[in-house]
Write a protein that binds this ligand. Structure first.
Ligand SMILES: [Zn+2]
Length: 411
């Protein structure tokens, strides 16, 4: 076997995906494996045992992130990292995150089987709490790793039952001793399902992810005036809900004005006082908008603010937008992207460049490690859903691109 025809074992990869999917498996075929729960402990135990059986050296940092390393010929070189996350949403699918970790395992097993030595070591990473479903925010371990999140603050996050992150980590026995961020990598590659419909719609197998959208989250309020639903004429009302409705439609217009990559979402709405015969005096809602281009994201901000002030004055209400989260767009590393693209081309796989609309651990590590991502299609673009589905062939194609990319980078 030479490097030019080395490929992963797609049956073994698929069997591993299906075997671990039973840990927290749901009747509808998904996975419920919230971070730092008993299910998470079981999949971590499985991972630890499996990587040790593969002869890898396992390290665990203080955030519980797991690092399995295959040595290289040149120990002075920084390891090439690959990985993703084994935690899921409460009604998650079998592939979100899991594919990136298990494909990395398959890459290492393939190198072992072929007896291939790389120059740089290769490290497989299982990042803690990517999803943020139990402890908000998500991507917290990679955030601490990248120096963007304070570790002590992360340890104090609480779940809905008031359990602290640090205590949950101790309870499953995965608080490691290694200082977070001490391990530095030469590069990091994350394979992930697209979680959107573009690759499938275009019939492409591989997405070379060149950038990730910046995202802004806001907590918003419309302040109008409560009054009687029967006796207040329409022309004197200051109806917060109707103003909200107009603003919601305006936000839907602002996004496509800035190209197909602009998106805006209002996910939570609450009208008060929530009485059928009182005109709503207040509406509270969330706004999430994203764009891969920083200037376009700024234009969206201006468009949203202009809409709020115009609708507010026309309807004599106050529309307040408090921005609570601002993650600028990031560009992935050109050289690592090129290694992904070259690998896809060498394998004869159809591919295109693509931007990530979702957050990923790779988006965080990108600020401290040369990073890129590989996307494969998922059925109907559906993710964060028990019906999430990807084909065995696409998973294998992604793993083969990962294998080649890592070989290009590790030498
Ligand atoms: Zn994910």
């Amino acid at each position: 076997v030479t490097r030019t025809n080395l490929t992963i074992d797609s049956d073994r990869l698929w069997a591993t995906l299906m075997e671990t999917a039973e840990i927290g498996g749901t009747p509808k075929g998904g996975i419920n494996r919230l971070t730092l729960t008993e299910e998470d402990r079981r999949v971590r135990d499985w991972f630890a045992q499996t990587v040790r059986e593969a002869g890898l050296e396992l390290g665990i940092d203080q955030m519980g992130t797991m690092y399995a390393t295959r040595p290289g010929r040149d120990p002075s070189r920084k390891p090439i990292a690959m990985g993703s996350h084994l935690d899921t949403q409460p009604t998650g699918g079998k592939f979100d995150g899991v594919l990136g970790v298990l494909a990395g395992l398959e890459v290492l097993r393939t190198l072992n089987g072929a007896g291939i030595e790389t120059e740089a070591p290769i490290t497989l990473v299982n990042w803690t709490n990517e999803e943020g479903a139990r402890f908000a925010p998500g991507m917290v371990a990679s955030g601490v790793y990248a120096g963007e999140v304070d570790q002590a603050w992360a340890m104090e996050r609480q779940d809905r039952d008031g359990v602290r992150f640090g205590d949950a980590l101790d309870a499953i026995g995965y608080r490691g001793t290694e200082p977070v961020g001490e391990r530095r990598f030469g590069a990091m590659v994350e394979l992930h399902i697209e979680q959107g419909p573009i690759l499938e719609l275009e019939g492409k197998t591989i997405g070379v992810v060149t950038a990730a959208k910046g995202s802004i989250w806001a907590d918003c309020r419309v302040l109008g005036r409560e009054s009687h639903a029967g006796s207040t004429p329409m022309n004197v009302r200051r109806d917060a809900l109707m103003a909200f409705a107009e603003f919601a439609l305006a936000s839907e217009t602002v996004a496509p004005q800035n190209g197909p990559d602009g998106v805006a979402t209002i996910g939570v709405v609450e009208a008060l006082p929530a009485s059928r015969n009182t005109i709503p005096g207040e509406v509270r809602f969330t706004l999430d908008y994203r764009h891969p281009d920083a200037e376009a994201l700024d234009r969206m901000t201006r468009g949203i603010d202009e809409a709020a002030s115009a609708i507010g004055s026309a309807r004599r209400v106050d529309i307040q937008i408090e921005r609570i989260w601002n993650k600028p767009p990031i560009a992935f590393d050109e050289q690592v992207c090129r290694a992904v693209e070259t690998s896809a081309a060498e394998l004869g796989l159809s591919h295109r460049t693509i931007t990530s609309g979702a957050g990923h651990d790779a988006v965080l590590t990108a600020s401290v490690v040369p990073t890129a991502m590989i996307f494969v299609p998922c059925k109907d673009g559906i993710s964060h859903n028990e019906a999430e589905s990807a084909t065995k062939e696409d998973c294998a194609a992604g793993a083969n691109v990962l294998l080649r990319t890592v070989l290009h980078l590790a030498g």
